[in-house]
Design a binder for this molecule. Structure first.
Ligand code: ATP
Length: 384
């Protein structure tokens, strides 16, 4: 409703990590996991709150599955503690934890039909037959597979199998659902569509999800927050916008999306702005960050935040450069332009293809001289 006030409780429920009074559902304190001498997880602390869809994101071997397996109880920390729902998990076996895990392979029973696959866990818990049937109907409705009860897994598509695995994991109403690369087996188009479905289902059931993925787009679409991991540590934790727009290091700026990263020297440091001398000329950043004049820093500019034109467009002496179009990558919806500056430096710029090629009489092409400029709020100052 227009003009409706958002109460502080509503705000806290959307961003519980900013509210000092909200207790986390999961608390990792000083957790380390070693395999022999190899440190897979190095002394990490993390709080995850009820209702979050939290992604552990990182490249191969960074330790994300190990962390998920420790939450599930399949691995034991070498040191540190894991608390879930107020209880220390040190001596709690997997089957007694308030968690359930959805595996990348889905691990469906091939000889059982959809209903039986979903019923399995409930039958193990000796739930009355009528309640099992009601719960199966309810969960199949949620994942939109009401008409597939009698099918065996091999009679389903990849996306349908994924939804059965999700239904089976959710039907036991765990406090926490752990998902290891839940969409990895799907093709790109289906994966994109399923990302939204998964996020919607999570919102409807309100169960906390911790998702492992190496796909940054997937993490951006799904998450309330993302922990970016590298070599067994968290390099940055925050909302998708925080991570993308305010990366704290070159590693994160480059890992999430793409960025032109330039080394530079601070030439002016005031409360409201910073100027940095780089290979791309002088860069003026209008959000002051405490740094020192003369210090060595890096500046990152996302390719979509640079404007390209055939005529010079700014009279300022900063936040602009001139170059020659060295290469163009046509992706359909956008194009990537590789612009070679006089000093040989290549800058990536992306631009949406709003006009169809036939009509693009003024379009930019190979070997054109082009002018680059960007807003004073677009460049990101990085100190590491
Ligand atoms: P991927 O995306 O490739 O699955 P990951 O981030 O999930 O990677 P992990 O499976 O957590 O990575 O593994 C982290 C590191 O720990 C890797 O270097 C891996 O080789 C090592 N590791 C994992 N399990 C064991 C084990 N049981 N014994 C020895 N080393 C292990």
């Amino acid at each position: 409703m227009a003009g409706e006030q958002i109460t502080s409780e509503q705000k806290a429920s959307e961003t519980p990590w900013l509210d000092m009074d909200t207790k986390p559902l999961i608390r990792l304190s000083g957790v380390t996991k070693k395999f022999g001498e190899f440190v897979a997880i190095n002394n990490v602390d993390l709080d995850i709150y009820e209702g979050e869809l939290f992604c552990l994101l990182g490249g191969s071997g960074c330790g994300k599955s190990t962390l998920l397996r420790m939450l599930a109880g399949f691995e034991t920390p070498t040191s540190g503690s894991i608390i879930i729902d107020g209880k220390d998990m040190s001596d709690v076996p997997p089957y007694e934890r308030p968690t359930n895990m959805m595996f990348q392979s889905y691990a469906l029973f091939p000889h059982m039909n959809v209903a039986k696959n979903i019923a399995f866990g409930l039958e193990q818990d000796n739930l009355p037959k009528g309640e099992i049937e009601d719960r199966i109907d309810e969960i199949l409705k949620l994942v939109e597979l009401q008409d597939y009860k009698k099918r065996k897994p091999q009679q389903l598509s990849g996306g349908q199998r994924q939804r059965v695995a999700l239904a089976r994991a959710l039907v036991k109403k765990p406090k926490l659902l752990l998902l290891d690369e839940p969409l990895a087996a799907l093709d790109k188009k289906l994966r994109e569509q399923t990302q939204f479905e998964l996020a919607n289902i999570q919102e409807q059931v309100g169960i906390t999800f911790v998702v492992v993925t190496h796909d940054q787009e997937e993490a951006m679409t799904l998450s309330s927050r993302i922990a970016v991991m590298d070599k067994g540590e968290f390099v940055q934790t925050g909302s998708p916008t925080d991570i993308y727009e305010f990366p704290e290091s070159r590693f994160v700026a480059d890992f999430i999306g793409s960025a032109n990263i330039l080394e530079g020297k601070v030439t002016e440091d005031s409360a409201a702005h910073v100027r940095v001398a780089t290979d791309l000329g002088e860069i003026y950043i209008d959000h002051g960050q405490s740094t020192k004049q003369g210090s060595r820093v890096w500046v990152a500019i996302r390719p979509e935040k640079i404007h390209l034109s055939k005529k010079p467009s700014s009279k300022n002496g900063y936040n602009q450069a001139v170059g020659i179009v060295d290469d163009i990558g046509y992706l359909g919806n956008t194009s990537i332009y590789k612009i070679r500056l006089k000093n040989g430096h290549i800058v990536d710029v992306t631009a949406p293809n709003q006009i169809r090629p036939k009509n693009r009489t003024h379009s930019i092409t190979w070997e054109d001289t082009v002018y680059l400029h960007w807003d004073a709020s677009s460049a990101m100052l990085l100190k590491k």
